[in-house]
Design a protein around this ligand. Structure first.
Ligand SMILES: [Zn+2]
Length: 301
């Protein structure tokens, strides 16, 4: 599978190795993916094994969510409903509700879905399809750090287009495979962690994917989040000073431990650790040189 699924180029090269995976990158659009590509069964086994390990990951700071929600409100002042695809515990939905949105979410994890549901959001537990919530259409959709997990982003984007009302707003955030951290740390970049992340986007490849599935671009930028508590927790857990309860999943310790090891192995790179620790001050500079994340807003056409 050397053919790029975003632009069709068939010249993808193996650029480095991450555990048993070769990481391929398309020279035309920069899109990357692991080989062998995980099967549906492997992905399902992986997520069953580490469903609780995402708790640290979910502690992204509230200010980031407020900033995105405010921008969505500005871009879609008349919008009433928002659907968060991969809503997790519903943190984004909490903020969306505060600024007047009617909130819907979908998540494959039962624990997180029921948590979000108990907080008063309308939640569908399972895969996203065009028939969830009786086929209703939404004014806005949030796809926050989800597209890098799915085996077929194009199928997902077609589905989201069908779920949006005409003129509806789509927000997509994902790691930036062409950012400064990714370029410095290569195979140690913490977002290159198959089978958890299996699609590595750049601005060019994301534009290609979203632009050809029925959306027009409103804005696309790269960002770098300053140092957060979760980074310190991750570092301490990597050093084995702490072992968060969330990482214990009975019967699946091996899978979850592998997840933790892979996830934070980039901290072995002194360059990465230094950049991370200084990121509070370096964030604006890093962002100019290519931030860690891509944040983008799209209009359904
Ligand atoms: Zn490509």
């Amino acid at each position: 599978m050397n053919r790029c699924r975003m632009c069709g180029c068939s010249d993808a090269r193996n650029i480095f190795q991450v555990g048993p995976y070769s990481i391929l990158r398309c020279p035309a659009c920069g899109f990357g993916w692991p080989m062998p590509f995980p099967t549906v069964e492997e992905l399902s086994a992986f997520y069953t094994g580490c469903q609780h390990a995402a708790a640290v990951e979910d502690s992204v700071n509230t200010a980031e969510r407020q900033r995105v929600a405010a921008r969505m409100r500005e871009l879609a002042p008349e919008a009433c409903s928002v659907l968060d695809v991969g809503c997790g515990f519903g943190h984004y939905l909490d903020i969306a509700r505060e600024i007047g949105f009617e909130t819907y979410g979908v998540d494959i994890d039962e624990g997180r879905a029921s948590y979000a549901s108990a907080r008063g959001h309308k939640i569908h537990c399972g895969e996203v399809t065009t028939s969830i919530f009786d086929g209703r259409r939404f004014d806005c959709i949030i796809l926050n750090h989800v597209i890098e997990h799915v085996p077929d982003p194009i199928v997902l984007l077609h589905c989201l287009r069908d779920l949006l009302a005409p003129g509806g707003l789509l927000f997509i955030a994902c790691p930036n495979f062409a950012g400064l951290h990714a370029r410095i740390t290569k195979g140690h970049f913490h977002h290159i962690c198959p089978p958890e992340h299996i699609c590595y986007f750049t601005s060019t490849s994301l534009r290609r994917a979203v632009g050809t599935t029925g959306f027009s671009e409103i804005a696309l930028e790269t960002t770098t989040h300053p140092l957060q508590v979760k980074h310190l927790l991750a570092f301490l857990s990597y050093l084995r000073f702490i072992k968060p309860r969330e990482y214990h999943v009975p019967g699946n310790e091996a899978i979850v431990q592998r997840f933790v090891d892979r996830r934070f192995s980039s901290l072995r790179s002194p360059a990465y650790a230094a950049v991370l620790l200084l990121s509070r001050w370096l964030a604006p500079i890093v962002t100019v040189l290519g931030g860690d994340h891509i944040e983008s807003y799209w209009r359904r056409v």
